[in-house]
Design a binder for this molecule. Structure first.
Ligand SMILES: Cc1cc2nc3c(=O)[nH]c(=O)nc-3n(C[C@H](O)[C@H](O)[C@H](O)COP(=O)(O)OP(=O)(O)OC[C@H]3O[C@@H](n4cnc5c(N)ncnc54)[C@H](O)[C@@H]3O)c2cc1C
Length: 469
């Protein structure tokens, strides 16, 4: 029997799409890649995932795991050959259980991130991963990209939020590692291999995640600073002054504020007079009575006196807090209104961030004067989305034609400062050559060895992360 016949024997009607019905699974959300597929499988059980992978392994057919399709690197899109199977996890979407006393929750891979946050809240607990895409991305995608977001400063990346994993290997064997233990020193960290592997080593079907005490009080401020150097100095001060209760510390350049006020309905400048840079900063505590507002007001007042902060406003209500966050969260959408741009997701040690911005901005001004720089994001994690936007009315295609040269200059700069060319978005298809250029040779060789050991026939997401063949 051919593979499609075998798959029809495993999956119920409606769980195997072919032809036109595959369309929504063939393009990444940024529309950088369009592929073709043999079919799309939508299994509803771990056993079905296992049988599908075993069949594909036997037939040597590539499998592309597909979560919420919000990834930035084309990892969930099949290639153009039309021979690969897309395996979408969206029907594997049960919350298997919440253990409030153990501060843990077990969810299947197809659960939306937002649903996991809600299930934790329903049990009086808190799941801290928070992304602009949380209404569409899935836990399996978050694990496979090792997602970051706006709370990394306090809670770490997705990798830090995992206790156990259930994974179907390329040959169909199920690795049941759904432990809920915080201590378990029993040999190599095999489960850790699948975090950030972007579906190249197996299919994650469920995970046991760490929960935290529910956040009962927050204080949020939008503060104007002269430059990223002042922002980094302010962060260091606030960490100490707040007893390290900072959960977010995000950088917003003036241009990003101008674009959001121009393109996103309801956004206004919270400070009135223009300033070159801003930080959106939030403290959070599990104690309802914690005087966070007073603490933040006092700390920002002291920073103002010291000349680190130029002006600041505190959110006085939930509505004001949401309005401040809306500025930060709609920057990508506002950028889209301005036409095509070049995006980079770099990280450096927080202390090196001011130098990166100064030198990076200098390089752009000298070499790509037609571009406007929008450097924003998770400055508390040393991670910036260092994006170039064409000037209004300028030739967008001319800017895109410079992509390789700009990428090279900025990635070389980040790496020379001890940084990374991909802080939180992964490799996918987009950055395979970058990984080959920057990864130490020994590390790259080990990655290939792990890939061969876990996926000897190379069926798992071929050509993503590592070049196949
Ligand atoms: C508006 C917006 C804001 C964003 N903000 C952030 C942010 O702040 N921080 C951040 O890190 N990212 C951010 N992202 C990127 C994206 O949301 C994350 O990378 C997310 O983790 C991807 O999840 P997904 O379910 O959409 O995965 P997909 O895009 O479907 O897949 C991503 C990769 O994981 C693989 N995969 C998916 N599911 C599985 C599985 N079950 N088993 C094995 N492999 C699998 C796919 O093959 C692919 O390689 C943002 C995206 C958008 C659109």
């Amino acid at each position: 029997m051919d593979l499609l016949g075998t798959l029809r024997g495993i999956l119920a009607a409606g769980e195997l799409l072919t032809g036109e019905a595959c369309e929504p699974y063939l393009v990444d959300h940024r529309r950088l890649y369009r592929g073709r597929a043999l079919a799309v499988a939508l299994p509803r059980s771990v056993e079905a995932v296992a049988r599908v992978l075993a069949a594909c392994d036997a037939a040597r057919v590539g499998v592309v795991p597909h979560g919420g399709n919000t990834g930035y690197c084309g990892g969930a899109t099949p290639d153009e050959s039309g021979t690969q199977l897309v395996l979408a996890l969206k029907y594997l979407n049960r919350i298997r259980g919440v253990d409030a006393a153990n501060y843990s929750l077990t969810a299947e891979a197809g659960c939306l991130l937002e649903r996991v946050q809600e299930a934790a809240a329903g049990a009086g607990r808190y799941f801290p991963l928070s992304l602009g895409s949380q209404g569409s991305c899935q836990i399996g995608g978050n694990l496979s990209t090792n997602a970051g977001g706006v709370h990394v400063l306090r809670y770490g990346m997705m990798r830090d939020l995992v206790l156990g994993l259930e994974v179907v290997l390329a040959d169909g064997r199920v690795l049941n590692g759904l432990t809920a233990l915080r201590k378990d020193n029993t040999g190599y960290d095999i489960r850790g291999l699948f975090l950030g592997a972007e579906g190249t080593l197996g299919v994650i079907t469920a995970a046991t995640l760490k929960l935290f005490p529910q956040i009962e009080s927050t204080a949020t401020a939008f503060a104007a600073v002269a430059d990223p150097r002042a922002a980094v100095a302010l962060l260091a001060r606030l960490r100490a002054a707040s007893g390290d209760t900072i959960s977010s510390f995000e950088l917003v350049p003036r241009l990003a504020l101008e674009l959001t006020t121009a393109h996103i309905p309801g956004i206004t400048d919270p400070l009135g007079t223009p300033h070159p840079w801003y930080v959106l900063c939030e403290l959070g505590s599990a104690r309802a009575a914690e005087p966070l507002e007073a603490l933040l007001t006092e700390a920002l007042g002291a920073a103002l006196e010291a000349g680190l902060v130029r002006d600041a406003v505190l959110a006085r209500s939930g509505r004001e807090r949401a309005a401040l966050w809306k500025i930060r969260e709609t920057i990508p959408e506002a950028q889209r209104h301005e036409g095509p741009g070049l995006k980079h997701d770099i990280s450096v040690p927080v202390s090196a961030l001011p130098e990166f911005v100064e030198r990076g901005a200098g390089w752009i001004a000298a070499h790509v004067p037609q571009a406007r720089l929008i450097a924003y994001g998770h400055v508390g994690d040393g991670n910036l989305h260092f994006n170039l936007q064409g000037r209004a009315g300028a030739d967008g295609a001319a800017l895109l034609a410079r992509a390789d040269e700009v990428r090279r200059a900025l990635h070389d700069l980040a790496v020379s400062l001890g940084g990374s060319f991909s802080a939180e978005h992964g490799i996918g298809r987009l950055k395979v050559a970058e990984l080959e250029r920057y990864a130490p040779a020994t590390e790259l060789a080990l990655m290939h060895a792990v890939k061969r050991a876990l996926d000897p026939h190379g069926i798992m997401n071929p050509g993503k992360v590592l070049r196949s063949g």
